[in-house]
Design a protein around this ligand. Structure first.
Ligand code: ATP
Ligand code: MG
Length: 529
């Protein structure tokens, strides 16, 4: 049943329950996306595991989130559990063999896997607004913050960088508003509070360096198998917004960084989006549209995206329409909403005259699903009632010791374990504030000397330092002589700006050397390299 270029999903049955034929997912259509749906306990995670294992064996790297910890077993060799052997026998799966898979564990908190980080700059204002559930006004301020940072070369790496920039914006709201657009102090304040909340939720672990290199989730083993990156998501799920934003960020990174490959023989990477409803739950329309766009375009970069969710209604129709490979486990149909879901799910399949799709969906057994995949020329196959094959890896969690052993020998061991805190916005702005304070102190000292000088008529009293804002009353005649209308105000404003500009220029140099990339933002607002 195992054939080259095809992933064996399971075997379908005729209306009289006799075996019909093996059902495959064609590797060459693996980048045409897919969906796995079904009510609780109907076999979604096992199906996900089966797909992930098969992609890996075919040399395709996989990324998936482990919501309940029950996917981690994929790193260990399978066990002859009752239902596993029974299912293999039931479908006459003679090539069946147990196997362990090359897994890389990841964890935003660094507890159950290698640390995954990104920088604030790379995440961008759109996703960050989503993460912070920002109002429109707050999003406006966040956009300005990124503009100031991007243009002025203030690297935003971690939460404290953004916090420092927001402080700075609050303090200089008036001048910056002239240049960048209205910065309301109350929105700045709400964003600052929002950042504190994020910090309390542990998001600070996620922002910083070294940021995840996507090549590290696209590894293959020497014997040609695709690495399966498993993201520990049990703790992360307590902050569903962070979970969803993280996955979106990763998707957008893949999209921005990978080259066009058209339609390859097999995908470059397959990305499973478990609990996909979290992506779209009260997501602003613009975000959903961008996600739709990314999903549509990422196909030609060889990335297959597979959504896993209980209810097909969770996925917006425009996206649902793009998902070529479908596995529908059983749904209940008690409430009107459930009945609607069954109808929607049934309507998305190419019908099979042998049975009624909607009825089948409500009567499927555990580990059984309606399956339709793209076949020759990308046409969906007629839907079939399919008994899903058993996985070859273990089903269920690894022990802590087993997990640690996998982490220790991982190809990315040591690469992400330590935080790196380079000079970025926080340090630059702190330094700038220190200089400003020094200048202020110097100014006061000069003023004191000047007032002393006036009385004792010493030489120092006749000289003032230019350009540090001490162009008060005694400077007025000079300014007015340049241009008559309010020259004093303007000149002090101008001078303050040059101080800011100078600092920004030096920061820009440090970005150019330390980050080394042009600041261009992609569809989901993340940085392009
Ligand atoms: N292909 C299969 N063949 C036989 N039994 C299966 C199969 N898939 C799942 N089962 C049985 O159903 C149980 C639950 O499966 P699974 O954990 O995949 O469900 P789920 O839909 O992910 O549930 P949840 O929504 O709670 O996460 C398995 O432990 C196994 O006993
Ligand atoms: Mg599950």
């Amino acid at each position: 049943m195992l054939e080259n270029g095809k992933l064996y999903i399971g075997t379908s049955r005729n209306p009289d329950d006799s075996l019909n034929k093996p059902e495959y997912l064609e590797l060459k259509f693996g980048n045409r996306h897919g969906i796995v749906t079904g009510a609780t306990g109907t076999g979604k995670t096992v199906t996900l595991q089966v797909l992930a294992e098969s992609f890996s064996n075919a040399g395709v790297p996989v990324f998936c989130a482990d919501i309940k910890g029950d996917l981690s077993g994929i790193a260990a060799i399978g066990e002859a559990k009752d239902w596993v052997s029974k299912r293999a026998e039931q479908i006459g799966f003679n090539d069946f063999a147990f196997q362990e898979f090359p897994v890389i564990f990841w964890d935003l908190y660094g507890e159950k896997g290698h640390r995954v980080r990104t920088t604030i700059a790379e995440m961008g204002p759109l996703l960050l607004s989503r993460l912070m559930d920002a109002s429109e006004a707050q999003e406006g301020v966040l956009n300005i913050a990124f503009k100031i940072a991007d243009q002025g070369g203030l690297p935003l790496m971690d939460l404290k960088d953004l916090q420092a920039l927001l402080n700075y914006m609050g303090e200089h709201a008036t001048e910056l508003s002239n240049q960048f657009g209205l910065i309301s102090k109350s929105s700045v304040g709400s964003l600052q509070r929002g950042l504190l909340v994020l910090e309390q939720q542990g998001a600070e672990h996620f922002f910083g360096e070294p940021a995840l290199k996507i090549s590290d989730i696209m590894r293959t083993t020497n014997d040609g198998r695709g690495a399966i990156s498993v993201l520990a998501a049990d703790k992360l799920m307590m902050n569903p917004r962070l979970y969803a934003t993280f996955l979106l960020w990763l998707l957008s990174e893949l999209f921005e960084e990978l080259p066009e490959v058209g339609d390859p023989d097999k995908p470059k990477l397959v990305f499973f989006f478990d609990e996909a409803h979290l992506l779209f739950n009260d997501a602003p329309k613009v975000l959903t549209e961008r996600v739709e766009q990314v999903v549509r375009l990422i196909r030609s970069k060889g990335v297959g995206v597979y959504f896993v969710t209980q209810n097909p209604l969770d996925v917006p129709e425009t996206i649902l329409a793009q998902l070529g490979n479908r596995v529908q486990h059983a749904l209940r149909a008690y409430t009107p909403r459930e009945q609607k879901a069954v109808k929607t799910a049934a309507d998305t399949f190419r019908p099979n005259p042998a049975f009624d799709c909607a009825t089948a969906i409500t009567t499927l057994g555990t580990g059984e699903a309606l399956v339709s995949t793209l076949q020759d020329k990308g046409i969906p196959s007629m839907v079939e009632r399919t008994l899903v094959r058993p996985p070859s890896g273990r089903v269920g969690p690894l022990s802590d010791g087993e997990r640690q052993a996998v982490i220790n020998v991982s190809p990315v061991a040591g690469l992400y374990d330590k935080d790196l805190d380079r000079e970025s916005a926080y340090e630059i702005l702190t330094e700038r504030a220190r200089k400003a304070a020094e200048a202020e102190a110097a100014k006061r000292a000069t003023e004191e000397q000047a007032s002393q000088g006036a009385s004792d008529d010493s030489a120092a009293g006749r000289w003032t330092l230019p350009g540090f804002g001490n162009d008060g009353e005694d400077e007025a005649p000079r300014s007015t002589s340049k241009n008559g209308n309010g020259g004093t105000r303007r000149s002090s404003g101008y001078q303050r700006e040059t101080v800011i500009e100078a600092a920004m220029k030096s920061a820009a140099r440090s970005v150019a050397t330390s980050v080394g990339r042009a600041l261009v933002r992609g569809i989901l607002g993340s940085l392009r390299r």
